[in-house]
Design a protein around this ligand. Structure first.
Ligand SMILES: NC(=O)c1ccc[n+]([C@@H]2O[C@H](COP(=O)([O-])OP(=O)(O)OC[C@H]3O[C@@H](n4cnc5c(N)ncnc54)[C@H](O)[C@@H]3O)[C@@H](O)[C@H]2O)c1
Length: 258
């Protein structure tokens, strides 16, 4: 049976690869993106998120079988918080009724191996409290202090914790909605392309994200892992952060941390 699938960030990289995979299976994809989606919306603002959720639910006739949130940015600045964290969590929260209306709904959010790295605890705490104003205040302080690069790991650490908490909160697992995070290592997409231009930057990146198994990911490698978690075949996995990272997480954190 074709399913109604919503993919944010469908216009590029992982979201585009996933959209193609779902469509190959015969699913109906409703893509949401700043540019080039079926629904064009700016997930960095509360109004943009609300409009996107309402348009996506309408386009699906009120029943959404799966959502995968890929929209994100790595441009150092506050958009890392407004898009990567609130653009995911508020969108998913607004979509919960349409998910609950489906027979076997599934949610996958794209996190990152970066979520395991040093982050700004005040930004993470404000995100998890749902306080965007305070999160942005701390994010602006980080930018002013030259710590803007911490905002990406902060957004992904907060997202992983939100998903783990939400997965077992009322209205999710007990409503039959599994919610997981796929956390990739380095993926060859427009987001990472600039990092490969400078050999010095590439060295730093390879040391920060060591990937002994099969090297860098292609977007379709990530998409295939997502596809299982977003399918009906995933009956019992929820609240998990699944590292699709060629061994980076275990290399960095060691075998005891899981
Ligand atoms: N590329 C990597 O190495 C890598 C590694 C780990 C995690 N990720 C994560 O994977 C996800 C997808 O990234 P990608 O590599 O495919 O990047 P990408 O830049 O190719 O795609 C990101 C998409 O998000 C959309 N987007 C950005 N801001 C938006 C906004 N305000 N509103 C709506 N849409 C917006 C963009 O238009 C784009 O289509 C992101 O969450 C990213 O953080 C990427």
């Amino acid at each position: 049976m074709p399913r109604n699938v919503v993919v944010t960030g469908s216009g590029s990289g992982i979201g585009a690869a996933l959209t193609a995979l779902f469509r190959d299976r015969g699913d109906r994809v409703i893509g949401v993106d700043l540019h080039g989606g079926d629904i064009e919306a700016d997930l960095s603002t509360p109004d943009g998120r609300a409009a996107a959720a309402s348009a996506a639910a309408d386009a699906a006739g009120g029943v959404v079988d799966a959502i995968v949130t890929c929209a994100g940015t790595s441009v150092p600045g506050t958009a890392m918080i407004t898009v990567n964290y609130f653009g995911t969590t508020e969108f998913l929260t607004a979509m919960r009724p349409a998910l609950a209306a489906a027979e076997q709904p599934r949610v996958v959010a794209i996190g990152s191996i970066s979520g395991t790295r040093a982050h700004d605890p005040e930004v993470v705490a404000a995100c998890l409290a749902g306080d965007e104003t305070t999160a942005l205040h701390h994010a602006e302080l980080a930018v002013a202090d030259g710590r803007a690069r911490q905002l990406y790991p902060s957004s992904k650490a907060a997202l992983a914790q939100w998903a783990r908490r939400t997965a077992v909160a009322e209205g999710w697992a007990d409503a039959g909605i599994p919610a997981n995070v796929v956390a990739p290592g380095i993926v060859l997409t427009p987001m990472s392309a600039g990092l490969f231009d400078d050999p010095q930057m590439r060295k730093v990146m390879d040391a920060a994200v060591p990937m002994p198994l099969n090297g860098y990911l292609r977007p379709e490698d990530v998409a295939r892992a997502v596809l299982f978690l977003a399918s009906e075949d995933n009956s019992h996995i929820t609240g998990q952060v699944v590292y699709v990272d060629g061994g980076a997480e275990v290399t960095l954190r060691g075998p005891a941390d899981f």
